[in-house]
Design a binder for this molecule. Structure first.
Ligand SMILES: NC(=O)c1ccc[n+]([C@@H]2O[C@H](COP(=O)([O-])OP(=O)(O)OC[C@H]3O[C@@H](n4cnc5c(N)ncnc54)[C@H](OP(=O)(O)O)[C@@H]3O)[C@@H](O)[C@H]2O)c1
Length: 309
C-alpha cells in the first residue's frame, strides 16, 4: 500500500475563544501606503480565499510615509468603510517594539500600546495580541500581568508571542493561568531554525499555533535575488524540489513553499505577505497541496545543504 500524503488541516480554532480561521493567514507588514479601496480589496480577496486570520502590528508602516501605526490605521479605515469585515476575521496584532529603544514589554507600556492599537483599528477587541519581540528587561511576571489584565478587560481575547525562544515562552506561560495561543517565528523552506530550536516542539507540547512569518523568505524563494553565493546554492536546490512538488499538484512554487510549512504537525499557519490580489489568490492554493514524506525531507536536506543521517 502506498504511503498517505502529507497535507495541512483545513480549519483551526483559536485558544479558548473558539474563533475559527483558515490554514493560511494574511499579513499587513507591507500593507501601509495604499489607498483605502486598494487595501479593502486585499482584505476582501484574502478573506474570500479562506485567509481569515489577519496579522498586523503597531509598528507596521514604519518603513512607509504612513509611519508607526500606519498599517493598523489603514486596516481601521477598511473597517470604517465596511464594518462587517471586522467580524469576518480573526484579528491579530502585536506590540512591544519602539524604534530606537527598541523593546518595552512593561505592563504600563503594553497597556498603552494595546489601547492605541484598538483606537487605530477602530475595534473594541483584538482577537490575538502578541508580544512582538522579547524585552529582556521586562520580568515575565509583569508581561503576564499585562496580558492577563488586557484579557480580563476584554481588550484582547487571546495572547501570543513572536520571536520568543522556547524558554522565554515557558517562562511567560508559568505566570499565566490561561494558555498562550501562539508562537510566531520566522519559518520557511529557507529558514528552518524553528524545526531545531524547540519552538515547533513546544507548539505541540503546549497546544499553541505556530504562525510562520516570511514563509516565502520575504519573496526570495520566488524571485531568487541574492548576492550571497552560498545562499544562492541553497535557494537553487530548494527551488528545484519545490518546483517538482508544485508541478505534481498543479500549483505555483509559492503555494508549494507555503505547503512545506503547513504540513508540519505543529499546526503551522504561514502568513502570506504579498500586496498583489492575484498572488493572494494564487498562494491560497497551498491548502490543497499534498506531498510525500520523502519530498518534505528533500526540501529540508536541500535547504540544509546536507543529507540527514
Ligand atoms: N513577527 C515578526 O517579527 C514578523 C516579521 C516579518 C513579517 N511578519 C509577518 O509575516 C507576514 C508576511 O511576511 P512577508 O511579507 O515577508 O512574507 P512573504 O510571503 O515571505 O514575502 C512576501 C513578499 O514576497 C513577494 N513575492 C514575490 N513573488 C511572490 C509570489 N508569487 N507570491 C507571493 N509573494 C510574492 C511579495 O511581493 P508583492 O507584494 O509584490 O507580491 C512580498 O514582497 C507579514 O505581513 C507580517 O504579518 C512578522
Amino acid at each position: 500500500m502506498s504511503e498517505p500524503l502529507l497535507h495541512a488541516r483545513q480549519k483551526y480554532t483559536l485558544g479558548q475563544s473558539g474563533l475559527a480561521f483558515g490554514p493560511v493567514a494574511y499579513g499587513c507588514w507591507r500593507f501601509a501606503g495604499s489607498d483605502v479601496s486598494a487595501a479593502k480589496e486585499k482584505i476582501e480577496v484574502a478573506l474570500s480565499c479562506g485567509m481569515t486570520l489577519i496579522d498586523t502590528a503597531d509598528i507596521y508602516g514604519l518603513d512607509s510615509p504612513a509611519g508607526f501605526g500606519g498599517a493598523e490605521e489603514l486596516l481601521g479605515q477598511v473597517f470604517k468603510a465596511q464594518p462587517s469585515l471586522r467580524y469576518d476575521m480573526v484579528l491579530a496584532s502585536k506590540g512591544g517594539i519602539i524604534p530606537g529603544v527598541p523593546y518595552n514589554s512593561t505592563k504600563a507600556y503594553l497597556m498603552r500600546a494595546c489601547e492605541a492599537s484598538l483606537k487605530r483599528l477602530r475595534t473594541d477587541t483584538i482577537d490575538l495580541y502578541q508580544i512582538h519581540r522579547p524585552d529582556m528587561l521586562a520580568p515575565f511576571e509583569e508581561v503576564a500581568d499585562a496580558l492577563a489584565t488586557l484579557r480580563a478587560q476584554g481588550k484582547i481575547r487571546e495572547a501570543g508571542v513572536s520571536n520568543y525562544s522556547a524558554s522565554q515562552f515557558r517562562a511567560l506561560q508559568a505566570h499565566l493561568d490561561f494558555p498562550l495561543a501562539s508562537h510566531q517565528p520566522e519559518f520557511s523552506a529557507l529558514e528552518l531554525t524553528p524545526l531545531f530550536d524547540g519552538v515547533l516542539d513546544q507548539c505541540q507540547e503546549a497546544g499553541a499555533f505556530a504562525l510562520a512569518w516570511s514563509p516565502l523568505a520575504g519573496g526570495l524563494l520566488i524571485n531568487g535575488q541574492t548576492d550571497d553565493p552560498a545562499k544562492a546554492k541553497r535557494l537553487y536546490a530548494v527551488s528545484a524540489v519545490l518546483d517538482e512538488i508544485a508541478a505534481a499538484n498543479s500549483v505555483s512554487r509559492a503555494a508549494a513553499a507555503l505547503a512545506f510549512t503547513m504540513v508540519h504537525p505543529a499546526r503551522v499557519i504561514p502568513i502570506v505577505g504579498t500586496q498583489t490580489p492575484a498572488r493572494i489568490k494564487d498562494t491560497a492554493a497551498a491548502a490543497r497541496v499534498k506531498m510525500s514524506r520523502a519530498d518534505w525531507y528533500r526540501v529540508v536536506e536541500a535547504s540544509m545543504g546536507e543529507h540527514l543521517p
